[in-house]
Design a protein around this ligand. Structure first.
Ligand code: CTP
Length: 402
């Protein structure tokens, strides 16, 4: 679930496209994340989904008409536009985009677009040929130039049978982008590198050595850095977890790949959070052919150590750069973390006891101890990884130079 949406006031406009049904899921996600959601539907949207659906999911009356005599909860339409801390139109049809781009105000939603002073996000959804039409492109460019965030469209099979760009981006992505639009922007202008996930060390074409990391914690960290306005690069090992919205993601497989991708980018970064569970050992040689049990002895594999990426970054740390490491331990948590902090020249170590239930690898939650250079060790309670990420960045903010 997205953090940063609690008690935030979001105006959700729904226009008439088949993707309108997905906006029910979006409404529910936003409401579950604690946002106050007010909906405005166009007449065409109501042909696809009933206002009652959105009313039930948002717990608020849905506004539909410009000349409604009983405005929603006593809030006049102009006030509704001013009430919003962010406005999102999903799906946004070609017709709506044309009106928003040119200032045509002939229904409630298009009128509100002239009233809203808060950030606006639009999520185009339409037939692929319509999307490719020059007029739509021009309208989107105009909106972008005015500071509107355009999300998507995604590419894929369309309801009309065509294939291509035109699908509305997924509600989870819209919620994430909204959290970023509403975010504190305290990392704006900072370059942040986050690593996440396991690495895989090939033994032969079918086997590898790896660990239980799923990348969830690192992905949550990258998402949080983006929510706070940072320019984020995520170097991500092999995992099924979706990378966050708005982040440059570099996929890697082995510790050697990760070393190469991280060290090439490191000198340019203001902050590096090394969360990946990098293999400490790799097979001394990778067999070209599959090792056959009838002919080979697989009772042992010769291993050689990998390079310690974080130690190398610490040894070459440019002035002002902040380096955060993780420590996955099963015993002597704080002393082990402190020794890593000193050995690797770090500014903060996030330690977790991966042997405890609900902590560390392959869980939705984590419980960490933040180990600082000058003695302090701060134990945080068990919480969702998104919240751990928020706490980590709250601490990191204090370390960054002005
Ligand atoms: N790390 C790294 N490169 C490696 C191994 C680890 O950059 N080859 C980083 C991890 O991303 C983490 C930190 O070092 O931020 C500590 O990793 P951890 O596995 O806890 O400890 P190690 O340094 O590998 O030491 P040990 O295995 O003895 O605990």
């Amino acid at each position: 679930m997205s953090v940063g949406l609690k008690n935030r006031r979001v105006l959700l406009g729904v226009t008439g496209g088949i993707a309108a049904y997905k906006s029910a899921d979006l409404t529910s996600r936003l409401a579950q994340a604690g946002a106050e959601v007010r909906l405005v539907m166009t007449a065409a949207a109501r042909a696809f989904v009933s206002p009652l659906t959105f009313q039930a999911l948002s717990g608020q009356p849905v506004s539909t008409d410009l000349f409604d005599e009983a405005p929603a909860r006593g809030m006049g339409h102009i006030e509704l536009g001013q009430w919003a801390e962010a406005a999102v139109v999903a799906p946004a049809t070609a017709n709506f985009l044309a009106k928003a781009a040119t200032g045509i105000a002939d229904d409630l939603l298009s009128t509100l677009m002239l009233v809203v002073t808060a950030p606006v996000v639009v999520c185009p959804a339409m037939n692929v040929n319509m999307y490719r039409h020059a007029t739509v492109g021009e309208n989107l460019s105009r909106l972008r130039a005015r500071g509107v965030t355009v999300l998507g469209p995604d590419e894929g099979p369309m309801a009309c049978g065509d294939f291509g760009p035109g699908r509305m981006v997924e509600p989870a992505v819209i919620a994430e982008a909204l959290a970023a639009v509403l975010g504190p922007a305290d990392l704006a202008g900072r370059k942040i590198l986050v690593t996440a996930g396991p690495t895989r060390e090939a033994v032969d074409p079918v086997r590898f050595l790896s660990n239980r990391s799923t990348g969830r914690m690192g992905v949550a960290l990258a998402r949080e850095a983006r929510r706070r306005g940072g320019t984020v690069t995520l170097v991500l090992g092999p995992t099924e977890i979706e990378p966050p919205w708005g982040v440059e993601t570099v996929r890697v497989v082995s510790a050697t790949d990760m070393h190469r991708q991280v060290t090439a980018r490191a000198p340019d970064m203001d902050l590096i959070v090394m969360n990946a569970a990098v293999a400490d050992y790799t097979p001394a040689r990778v067999r070209e052919q599959k090792i056959k049990k009838a002919t080979a002895n697989l009772s042992g594999i010769d291993l050689t150590s990998t390079l310690d990426i974080l130690a190398e970054l610490g040894a070459r740390k440019p002035p002002g750069q902040i380096l955060v490491g993780f420590a996955a331990e099963t015993e002597k948590l704080v002393p082990e973390a402190r020794s890593k902090l000193e050995r690797k020249n770090l500014d903060l170590v996030v330690a977790n006891n991966v042997a405890l239930p609900g902590v560390g690898f392959a869980t939705e939650t984590n419980q960490v101890i933040l180990v600082h250079p000058h003695g302090e060790a701060e134990k945080l309670p068990l919480m969702p990884k998104a919240e751990v990420a928020l706490e980590v960045f709250d601490r990191v903010m204090r370390l960054l130079p002005d």
